[in-house]
Design a binder for this molecule. Structure first.
Ligand code: SF4
Length: 454
């Protein structure tokens, strides 16, 4: 749960009433507010007694640690979540999708799977990808596993997850791929042999076989000096997945149970050999807090479904989704095209854009910058009014782009027609339909009327 400024203030000098301003802020409460938003260092207050400082450090410590995997443009940030329910604030870091390759599959399958790591699915100006590659040793041959690790390292720059039960095989792969900062999967069986031989800053996935045995495994890793942890309670069924992930999130946030204060992993690949069921489980894991989700394989359409779900859950509910404010063209818009007007609120834009495309009529679509407001909200706040529309029409040079000079405004703001005619005297202002779904029929009628008049 986010820390309250009033709770911080109580631990500041003189109960938060000293107000000496030496921290650069006007009052102790202002300092507490900054601390609650992690915008200032504790050291800025010179009068903090050690006990209060220690208590504040504990209070301000992120309940779920941040773990960064991969490098460069392939970097994945996990953890740091602060809420149980998205509507309380927002979920911060979307789960990473991982695809698994095994050393028994061979180069043909490896190449097919690695090609999928290059997929890029763009939606709402964000690109979704398969983020990580799990390298699984299933052959019990150390050489075969190393061959897989080296092959994948040469084939992709995506982040790597090493999964081998044999300690020596795992450590050999870690040495080979250390430059790529892989996430090393460690279990209760190999933790004693592996943990002491990893670099202290190595990223490790603690893979337990049950929620109950997870804290013990985490403690062993921490005792070995390892802190960049991802935790996996080993859930293999849907109900266990939901229960385990929920309990981990609640324990970390509500009870500050440190052993669970890490991003989590869910290996759908271990739950069932059925690829469709793996995707269903992965969808549940997206909704229920998983940090890394591993599948054996996935088709492009199902990946897009998962990526859409992930994006929907991990958008900030406090910020409306937007598209770029600019002029969009449809159906080879030329001098004969009409000009439509809408806002940059993504849901409005996609509804209008889809129907503009369906109409098969050449059209320009002026997408006004309204900060992500729908038509009526934009109108009522002065962001979609005759002045702003005329300004965009002129700025974009629309008069030079079209012969017809026919501007179609949304039916919901029909009342601005008169004022807009005054702002744009050379244009014919037409009131369009209220609903985007009626746009194709409306444009066809308009075209028929034009042709009849000619
Ligand atoms: S320096 Fe410390 S005591 Fe002084 S106003 Fe800032 S927080 Fe309060």
């Amino acid at each position: 749960m986010p820390v309250k400024a009033s709770d911080i203030q109580k631990l500041l000098p003189e109960g938060g009433k000293k107000n000496c301003k030496e921290c650069g802020l006007a009052t102790c409460f202002a300092f507490a507010m900054k601390l609650a938003n992690t915008g200032i260092a504790l050291e800025k207050c010179p009068y903090l007694v050690p006990e209060s400082k220690a208590e504040l450090e504990e209070m301000l410590m992120a309940p779920i640690k941040q773990v960064v995997l991969g490098q460069g443009s392939r970097q994945v940030v996990l953890g740091e979540e602060e809420v149980i329910y998205r509507h309380q604030k927002t979920f911060l870091h979307p789960p990473a999708f991982a695809i698994q390759l095994t050393d028994e599959e061979g180069e043909t399958v490896w190449a097919e799977k690695i090609a999928k790591v290059s997929w890029q699915f763009e939606r709402l100006a964000k690109v979704s990808r398969i983020d990580l590659v799990v390298l699984r040793s299933s052959s019990s041959s150390g050489d075969k596993y190393l061959e897989l690790v080296k092959w994948v390292m040469a084939a992709t720059d995506a982040g790597l997850i090493l999964a081998a039960s044999d300690a020596e095989t795992l450590l050999a792969a870690y040495e080979v791929s250390k430059s790529r900062d892989p996430l090393v999967c460690v279990t209760a069986e190999n933790v004693e042999a592996v943990a002491p031989r990893l670099d202290p800053n190595a990223a490790v996935c603690a893979r337990a076989t049950s929620l109950e045995s997870l804290p013990g495994l985490v403690e062993k890793l921490k005792d070995a000096g390892l802190e960049r942890l991802v935790i996996d309670p080993g859930s293999l069924k849907l109900l266990d997945l939901v229960r385990d992930q929920t309990l981990i999130r609640r324990a970390a946030l509500q009870h500050k149970f440190r052993a669970f204060g890490y991003p989590t992993a869910f290996f759908a690949v271990d739950a069932t050999p059925d690829l469709s069921l793996q995707v269903l489980l992965a969808a549940a894991a997206v909704a229920k807090y998983a940090g890394i989700i591993v599948v054996e394989d996935i088709s492009e359409d199902l990946f897009q479904v998962l990526a859409t779900l992930r994006q929907d859950i991990y958008t900030d509910p406090r910020v409306p989704p937007t598209v770029e404010s600019k002029v969009y063209t449809f159906n080879n818009a030329d001098q004969e095209a009409v000009v439509l007007v809408t806002t940059d609120f993504a849901l409005t834009y996609y509804a209008v854009a889809g129907e503009a495309e369906n109409s098969k009529q050449p059209a320009y679509l002026l997408c006004q910058d309204t900060g992500g407001l729908c038509i009526l909200a934009a109108w009522s706040t002065g962001k979609l009014v005759p002045e702003t529309i005329a300004e965009m029409v002129n700025k974009e040079g629309m008069a030079e782009k079209v012969k017809l000079k026919q501007l179609i405004i949304p039916g919901l703001v029909a009342r601005i027609k008169g004022d807009l005619e005054e702002e744009l005297p050379d244009w014919e202002i037409t009131v369009g339909p209220k609903e985007a779904k009626d746009l194709p029929g409306f444009l066809h009628e308009l075209k028929k009327r034009r042709e009849g008049a000619a």
